[in-house]
Design a protein around this ligand. Structure first.
Ligand SMILES: Cc1ncc(COP(=O)(O)O)c(C=O)c1O
Length: 367
């Protein structure tokens, strides 16, 4: 097709109001931008684990010999292992190529053009982009000043077109969790309530809400191996979903979406769970140490966190975000910076290794 004829075909109109999702910068891109070699960088901008997967995971990936065959599209072995891990029978479990893909799939199952979802900013911005892609709209019910949810306002915001209420727990980037009572109150509305538990393993309630799913036809819980299990690069997530919804997910999901390597890595992680859980304990311990150290940085206001990250407000009267960013980046440290109406002058630090904390604190001390 030449350029002239290509212009005769228009893309779907909702793409004109779709902003590109900008993830945390990669090590490679940061290195090119700053000239600092990749092996000298500290990546604390995407809530990844600083620990790799268990050695048994790496060995199993190397030992496997039939990568020439497609994976089991039903993910039977992995779903059974996940049933043991979550305490929910395997027919409630759907596996996906990262939990982003599950959000994408669920949104496309439920949202028609003109429908809406309710979400509570500041929160994970992908919920909004995928809603727009579906031709649907986001009704924003902002969090209170302490980042708690306003359940009454959520219920009041519901319209006949509201299909989904999405909650992130612990919430990225504020780090606080929803309570079971809050979720139960929203389930009473009859709308689909999706709780994104990408960070639940780092919280005080690591079992999360998965076990409630068989009791409620409108509750969905999504999870991922990206954060606690150190498998972000292999892209593997799962959802615990009422059975009537799994039927539609199976029809709508692309065949063989989860690759063989992802299956192997997730199954081996669950087989050697102590390794990953030890790393979770180290990260939670380090989160507390990082919090204490950051408390002494005079220009930061911290928000307590149940995730593997800590959000902080840069007190503008003291020092501007650009200055903090320049100083931290000069030390080869990648953080996430936010500047939008809900989070003006904020940064988010992923919890890394103890030496990462020490280097960050040293960089901040120079400001
Ligand atoms: C709240 C939340 N949900 C989902 C994801 C996506 O995770 P995955 O790597 O499983 O796609 C992220 C990633 O940062 C996240 O912060």
């Amino acid at each position: 097709m030449n350029t002239h004829s290509a212009q005769l075909v228009r893309v779907r109109p909702e793409l004109d109001r779709l902003a590109e999702y900008i993830p945390g910068e990669s090590l490679e891109a940061f290195s090119i931008r700053t000239g600092i070699p990749v092996n000298q960088l500290i990546k604390l901008n995407s809530n990844e684990s600083p620990y790799g997967p268990a050695p048994q995971v790496l060995k199993a990936l190397g030992d496997y010999t039939t990568y020439n065959n497609y994976p089991d599209t039903n993910s039977t072995a992995l779903r059974e292992a996940l049933a043991r891990y979550t305490g929910v029978e395997s027919h409630y479990i759907m596996v996906s190529h990262g939990s982003n893909e599950l959000i994408n799939l669920l949104w496309h199952i439920f949202l028609s053009v003109g429908d809406n979802i309710i979400c509570c900013p500041p929160t994970f911005s992908l919920y909004t982009s995928i809603t727009t892609f579906c031709g649907a709209y986001v009704l924003e019910v902002p969090r209170a000043e302490n980042y708690e949810l306003d359940i009454e306002a959520i219920v009041a915001a519901i319209t006949p077109e509201t299909k989904l209420i999405v909650l992130c727990s612990p919430n990225n980037p504020t780090g606080n969790s929803v309570t079971q009572e809050e979720v139960l109150a929203l389930l009473d509305t009859g709308r689909i309530v999706m709780v994104d538990e990408a960070y639940v393993e780092f919280s005080d309630h690591p079992q999360g809400l998965a076990r409630l799913v068989p009791l409620y036809p409108n509750l969905i819980v999504t999870r991922t191996f990206s954060k606690w299990a150190g498998l972000a690069g292999l892209r593997i997530g799962y959802a615990i979903v009422p059975e009537w919804i799994t039927t539609y997910m199976k029809r709508a999901q692309c065949p063989f979406e989860v690759n063989v390597a992802g299956h192997i890595a997730a199954i081996e992680t669950l087989k050697h769970l102590d390794y990953a859980m030890d790393k979770v304990r180290l990260i939670v311990q380090e989160r507390e140490r990082l919090f204490q150290k950051l408390t002494n940085v005079p220009f930061l206001d911290l928000v307590p966190s149940q995730g593997n990250f800590i959000m902080a407000r840069i007190k503008e009267e003291d020092v501007r975000m650009e200055r903090v960013r320049a100083a931290v980046e000069a030390h080869g440290i990648l953080l996430r910076y936010f500047s939008h109406p809900y989070l003006h002058n904020f940064l988010r630090v992923t919890v890394g290794l103890p030496e990462h904390t020490d280097r960050l604190i040293k960089a901040l001390a120079e400001i």
